[in-house]
Design a binder for this molecule. Structure first.
Ligand SMILES: Cc1ncc(COP(=O)(O)O)c(C=O)c1O
Length: 388
């Protein structure tokens, strides 16, 4: 069958396995892609701009700006640079996070300093972060783990007390809300990821959302080799030939082709999120109260869930993983704590009692947009039969 004739359902799980991630790619996405190829301007251009505008509209941004990038990691890197982070500075983020943040900090020449997390939402432990503040500290990167909002008000209170920037890692939380407002629509700078397995994907991609008008041009130049003027013309599918290179810069732009995938996906984001929320709530209803398991949440009303994380107590996680594997259910582990990685073993950090415990408990169960009923049931049966 030609891909364009495929019905608009996700490839979902096969009958033999339920994968952890199944990117949703329907005919609508393929149509956007072929239309983008037909335009004939493959690089950064008008569709990149359209994607940025749709992100701004979706997040309900007012007086805030979106700069699309080719990954969430590059978004973090240029957000840090635009915030003035560099050699001699320190940036605090949890060890229980993806290594992208830590690499982005070090790429600026600054040092990453790792704090612990809270036992309830697995988000940043602000007291642990506070204990790491020195005169060199310039910023904090809190993470909304799995899409569940962390205690962000406490982070901003700490930042205000010490004059720190906050770069929220919202890579898991596109569409999650805090006090009814989407993450990204208030506060300082936010970074999102649209990588292949995120709630919406542009194959690879990301963006910075900033309230600082004066940092937008800097972000544009950092995104594209430090070239001035380029963004305005490229947004019209044109190039400037009398350009100047006015700062450092990277090849971090998002192309029209990738953005076309992102546009197709953001048009359906509410449907994706609603379907994922429903699965998470079914999982939690089935697993809450099982002897030896702990759910993070019962209600997902404010969460745009990227992954579903279950805590397995009493050293039974590996046995559960084997039990699920035998029933055709794949799992993931988020995360290996970053202070355990060779490259970051020497980075300064606080004591990590919660992180050290949690990383042996967490298991990521399959969660897909528009997940097939038989897959959901297979996961529920697999987990409940283990604890029975
Ligand atoms: C918490 C977190 N931060 C940053 C990133 C980096 O995003 P990207 O893969 O788009 O570079 C990821 C990616 O999975 C992530 O999970």
């Amino acid at each position: 069958m030609n891909v364009l004739d495929r019905p608009p359902v996700p490839p979902a799980s096969s009958d033999t396995r339920v994968p952890v991630f199944v990117p949703y790619v329907g005919v609508d996405t393929l149509k956007h892609l072929t239309d983008a190829f037909d335009v004939g301007w493959l690089g950064m251009g008008a569709t990149t701009k359209e994607f940025e505008e749709r992100i701004a509209a979706y997040l309900g941004l007012r007086d805030r700006y979106v700069v699309a990038t080719n990954t969430g990691t590059s978004a973090l890197h240029i957000a840090l640079l635009a915030a003035g982070i560099g050699p001699g500075d320190e940036v605090i983020t949890p060890s229980f996070n993806y290594c992208a943040d830590h690499q982005a900090v070090r790429a600026t020449g600054a040092e990453v300093v790792m704090c612990d997390i809270r036992d309830d939402d697995l988000g940043i432990d602000v007291a642990s972060a506070a204990s790491l503040i020195t005169p060199r500290t310039k910023a904090i990167i809190p993470l909304h783990f799995s899409g569940i909002p962390c205690r962000i008000d406490e982070v901003y209170a700490l930042a205000a007390q010490h004059g720190l920037r906050v770069i929220e890692d919202a890579c898991h939380g596109f569409g999650s809300t805090v006090n009814g407002a989407k993450i990204g629509s208030g506060g300082d700078v936010h970074c999102f990821s649209f990588d292949p397995v995120k709630i919406i994907t542009s194959i690879d991609g990301g963006c910075v959302v900033t309230p600082h008008r004066e940092e937008v041009e800097r972000l544009h130049r950092l995104r594209l080799l430090g070239v001035d003027k380029d963004t305005t013309l490229r947004y019209q599918n044109k190039r400037a030939w009398d350009y100047d290179v006015v700062s450092e810069g990277f090849r971090y732009h998002l192309t029209n082709i990738m953005a076309s995938v992102g546009v197709s996906q953001i048009k359906r984001v509410d449907e994706f999120i609603a379907s994922r929320r429903a699965v998470c709530e079914r999982y939690s209803a089935a697993f809450d109260g099982l002897d030896g398991a702990r759910v993070l949440r019962r209600s997902y009303a404010d969460v745009s869930p990227f992954i579903y994380s279950l805590r397995v107590l009493n050293g039974k996680r590996e046995a559960l993983i084997e039990h699920l594997a035998a029933r055709g259910v794949d799992v993931g582990i988020h995360f290996v704590p970053v202070h355990k990685h060779t490259w970051f073993a020497d980075a300064p950090r606080s004591p990590m009692p919660v992180t050290e415990r949690v990383v042996d408990e967490v298991v990521t169960l399959p969660l897909h947009s528009l997940m097939a009923e038989r897959s959901i049931q297979r996961v529920i049966d697999g987990v409940t039969s283990f604890f029975a």
